[in-house]
Design a protein around this ligand. Structure first.
Ligand code: NAG
Ligand code: NAG
Ligand code: NAG
Length: 564
């Protein structure tokens, strides 16, 4: 059902084109005489310039009663919806010329034929709307009867070419092909077009130019009537005119590679172009080739075709690229030759590959950085485990410290006796508990030191100050647990006495434990003040320090006499 609908619509459309004003279209008859085997183009205009319009005649001139008549198309850019149709010479359907034809293409309103062999004689209809005023839209149409025939009467060789060159800055002329070889007997009036626009002043078979500029370049069309008869055929020829500079007198110039060495990375892919500048030549046959020279032998390197990089009026820059999947050691020993040639001569550029020095530098740099990082890491390690290292060192150095002296205790522990009273709820462990419980547990039970605790090891009943001096003399170390209670309490005497004794006893060393933060009381004896500043101090960090393997105990052990 749908298919039938389409067929119906198609028939209707065909009828509209066929039945429309084709009969009422203006008509022109065009003749394309071509030389077989030569390149030649052809164009059909839809837009009809004023001088040509007098030659057109409406198809139904004598049948005015038959339906509406169309206008001739004119106005150039004012034409919109330009459509081209073709009807075969033998009749048959009128068909639209769409994108399918590669040899016949529509450019703006003009129909282009790329070669005479592909062109078909027949009727070509152009329909368009004229947008002369914003609101008024009129349909126009032009029917062209095209005859395509090979040249038979005159020899083609004498004809002006369809490609003509004009040397910039000189005097020159554009000649209408075929017409220029007809002799002087019959010189018809010629209508010239440049890029689709009529050249009003030009009526002869050639256009003379006093001084040639680049705007003279373009597509020229010359039209002339075969006989001065109103209904006779118009012959048309197309000329492509190119403005050029003089041919170069120089060899090509190799722009890249500019130097004779190139730094490359081994194992990496390499794209190596040879870029060559060719001066203008009307008949340029550029050659770029790559050769490899190795161990006295030379051969051509297979590459892609050369391609144009830049094309101007004066020069043509082209390049040819070789591609290596990876640069090998053997490539470093080879010589790469780029060869370029035009009709004047040839040039060669030789190139050697070098291993990039930057890579080596990079590895050296990498090595240096890793050594630095290593040193830094070692530094951090030493810093972290300094005490352990020191302990080990001391183990070796101070062996036998306890053998020669006549001391009884490794350390005497001094602490504030009533410290627990004020700070019980703040600290989970009082300084008294630290001295009486933790110190013996860790230093005596675990590490085998002998401690002297006044309460435990000294029999009561003696004179306090004498007892203190005696036990300090019998100890190798004095450990003082400092807190506000201690510094303001009676035990401060023990520290004072120890400092005094240590000044004369090389074997007695004092260790301060900072149990909690405190302010130095103003009333402290000067000796004690100085001692607080210089003696080794270890900070008690609460529960963190309880475990026997904590940093606190390590630090304490560090200052204790070495056990052999
Ligand atoms: C007018 O048209 C009719 C039919 O289309 C045709 O037969 C006739 O010959 C035409 N007259 C002239 C003078 O062309
Ligand atoms: C037009 O040409 C035809 C044949 O080519 C001829 O019969 C006719 O007389 C010519 N008309 C004029 C006005 O020259
Ligand atoms: C390159 O030019 C020189 C003269 O300059 C010529 O002898 C040689 O044959 C040319 N090479 C090629 C490959 O054409």
């Amino acid at each position: 059902m749908l298919a039938w609908g389409w067929v119906f619509l198609w028939l209707l459309g065909r009828e509209r084109i066929a039945g429309l004003n084709v009969a009422g279209c203006f008509i022109q008859k065009l003749l394309w005489t071509y030389c077989p085997g030569k390149e030649e183009e052809f164009v059909l205009f839809c837009d009809t310039p004023e001088p040509q319009r007098s030659r057109l005649f409406p198809g139904n001139q004598h049948n005015r009663t038959q339906g509406p008549r169309a206008l001739p198309c004119a106005g150039g850019k004012d034409l919109v919806d330009v459509r081209w149709y073709r009807q075969h010479r033998d009749g048959g359907p009128v068909e639209a010329i769409a994108g399918g034809h590669s040899h016949v293409t529509q450019r703006e309103s003009t129909l282009h034929f790329s070669s005479p062999e592909a062109a078909q004689a027949g009727t070509y209809i152009c329909r368009a709307r004229i947008r002369s005023a914003p609101d008024v839209q009129v349909t126009c149409c032009l029917k062209t009867l095209l005859e395509v025939a090979p040249q038979t009467t005159a020899p083609c060789a004498a004809s002006a070419p369809h490609k003509q060159y004009l040397l910039l800055g000189t005097v020159g002329s554009i000649r209408c092909p075929r017409l220029s070889c007809r002799g002087n007997t019959h010189r018809p009036e010629v209508t010239w077009y440049q890029n689709g626009r009529v050249l009003p002043g030009e009526k002869s078979d050639s256009i003379l130019l006093e001084d040639i500029y680049d705007y003279h370049q373009g597509t020229y069309v010359c039209d002339y009537t075969v006989s001065p008869n109103v209904t006779s055929w118009t012959a048309r020829a197309v000329v492509q005119v190119r403005t050029i500079v003089a041919d170069t007198k120089f060899k090509p110039d190799i722009v890249y590679p500019a130097k004779d060495t190139l730094e490359v990375e081994l194992g990496k892919p390499l794209t190596l172009p040879c870029t060559v500048r060719f001066g203008f030549q009307r008949d340029l046959h550029p050659v770029i080739r790559w050769y490899i020279k190795s161990a006295g032998q030379q051969w051509e390197f297979p590459t892609f075709q050369e391609k144009s990089v830049k094309s101007t009026m004066e020069e043509e820059v082209m390049e040819r690229v070789i591609f290596l999947k990876e640069v090998t050691q053997s490539d470093l020993g080879r010589e790469f030759l780029c060869f370029a040639q035009n009709s004047i001569g040839n040039v060669t550029r030789s190139l050697r590959l070098q291993e990039k020095r930057g890579v080596l530098l990079f590895y050296v740099l990498l090595g240096t950085v890793s050594i630095l990082v290593g040193v830094l890491a070692a530094g951090v390690l030493v810093y972290t485990y300094w005490i352990e290292i020191l302990l080990l060192y001391q183990t070796c150095q101070r062996k036998g410290e306890t053998l020669g002296d006549k001391k009884e205790f490794d350390a005497f522990v001094s602490y504030a006796k009533w410290g627990s009273m004020g700070s019980e709820d703040e600290a989970p462990l009082s300084e008294e508990q630290l001295a009486l419980i933790l110190f013996p547990e860790v230093l005596e039970n675990k590490y085998g030191f002998t401690l002297c605790l006044l309460e435990r090891d000294v029999a009561p009943g003696g004179v306090y100050s004498e007892d203190i001096v005696n036990v300090i003399k019998k100890s190798r170390r004095g450990i003082f647990i400092l807190s506000p209670n201690y510094l303001n309490g009676p035990q401060l005497f023990e520290l004072q006495a120890a400092v005094n004794l240590a000044l004369n006893d090389q074997m007695l060393k004092l260790i301060l434990i900072k149990f909690c933060s405190f302010q130095e009381p103003e009333s402290l004896p000067l000796l004690v003040k100085k001692a607080l500043r210089v003696l080794p101090t270890i900070t008690w960090r609460g529960l963190k320090s309880v475990a026997p393997n904590s940093r606190f105990w390590t630090q304490v052990r560090c200052h204790m006499p070495v056990k052999s």
